[in-house]
Design a protein. Sequence first.
Length: 201
Amino acid sequence: MRKLIVMRHAKSAWDNPEWGDHERPLRPRGHRAARAVAASLLADGARPMHALVSDARRTFETWRSMMEVFNTPISVTFTPRLYLAEPEGIAAVTRTAPDDATTLLVLGHNPGIEQWASHLAGETLSFRTAAWALFDVATDDWNVPLHRFNVRLHAFGRGRESSGGESSGGESSGEAVSPGHDAGPDTGKTDAGGHGGGDAG
């Protein structure tokens, strides 16, 4: 049985009007949320063996903060093919993963990452920033089509951010949410599609 982790990047910044979308960094609370997600994955026995990561700055920084918690070498591919990719594109990149990586992380952007995870789960999953879904995958390799008949949703969670603002020193919790249940609103977050201090992709 393989494991697939599908994740959206953590909270990013819009502070500098000269930044293009591709260059936006994480906010401090985004780094905290990324570390919290990594801790949750370790608690679930889901340390990635390989990661496929969009080459945008916010996904790179999300991965870098997660690695502070994983604290072990993990192979990674940063690819422009995952930057704002549609579900079909994400699925195609996943098929390029090395077969010896029995636990794979795919780290990208909304709306594609939410749509693909929801398709695999067979239910609508709300991917706010730092949301993640862990799937059990009944295949011998990654070069096969994935769908809800060979993929089962094992856990769904979000990197919960401190409500105390950017200066809060408390670590976030990357708590899991039971499949099919919403965790409630996340402070300072918006659904994909609007800025409002949130992330559009």
